[in-house]
Design a protein around this ligand. Structure first.
Ligand code: SAM
Length: 194
């Protein structure tokens, strides 16, 4: 299959750019699918910082990781505080926006302000050529506001600093996710906005 679905395409882009031994960030650990993928990908010498604001998510991620827990720092904090934990450089980062699947409380969701602040900080820490992959779900309450704020923000990023794509399957039902992926094109500490 050439036209990958959104989540496999996100992993494909990350796997093309992250190399063994690097430090990477899962900004929304949830049930740990992406954390596990990143931990496998960076290998024994690499490290994953995985953030979530719910202990239940970090517990679920820890269970999924098994022995690979030793490559991962599970951080119970909001991803917009990433600079308190990660000094960079990082090889890549991933976000899955929205709520924790199978949770009792689906009202706990990512929020536009903190999502954008985290992306902004991670762009500074990212290596040249690195990718930040953001899967966007907009079907829940507040999802459309977050989607619109994110799209407005990424369109301000200077094209010489960051390339931005949107990838989506157009004929899927029930609010499928779409991907926004950012590639850092040159070294900078703070991205230019236009
Ligand atoms: N990638 C995950 C997986 O593989 O299962 C799914 C992530 S889920 C769609 C979104 C997660 O983001 C939830 O677990 C939620 O608690 C978390 N979250 C919401 N706001 C956050 C924040 N400000 N910082 C970090 N995590 C947050």
């Amino acid at each position: 299959m050439k036209l990958l679905r959104v989540l496999p395409f996100s992993k494909y882009l990350l796997s093309e750019t992250i190399v063994a031994g690097e430090t990477v960030v899962d900004a929304t650990a949830g049930n740990g699918n992406d954390t596990l993928f990143l931990a496998e990908h960076v290998g024994a010498e690499g490290h994953v910082y995985a953030f979530d604001i719910q202990q239940a998510a970090l517990d679920s991620t820890a269970e999924r990781l098994g022995e690979l827990n030793e490559r991962v720092s599970l951080i119970l904090d909001s991803h917009d505080n990433v600079e308190q934990y990660v000094t960079g450089p990082i090889g890549g980062a991933v976000f899955n926006l929205g709520y924790l699947p199978y949770s009792d409380d689906l009202s706990i969701v990512t929020k536009p302000e903190t999502t954008i602040k985290a992306i902004h900080t991670l762009l500074g820490l990212l290596k040249k050529g690195g990718i930040i992959a953001i899967s966007v779900y907009d079907g829940h309450e507040g999802g459309k506001e977050e989607r619109d704020a994110l799209l407005s923000y990424v369109k301000t990023l200077h094209q010489a600093d960051v390339h931005v794509i949107r990838y989506e399957l157009l004929n899927q039902r029930n609010n499928p996710p779409f991907l926004v992926a950012l590639e850092k094109m040159r070294d900078f500490e703070t991205v230019k906005q236009v």
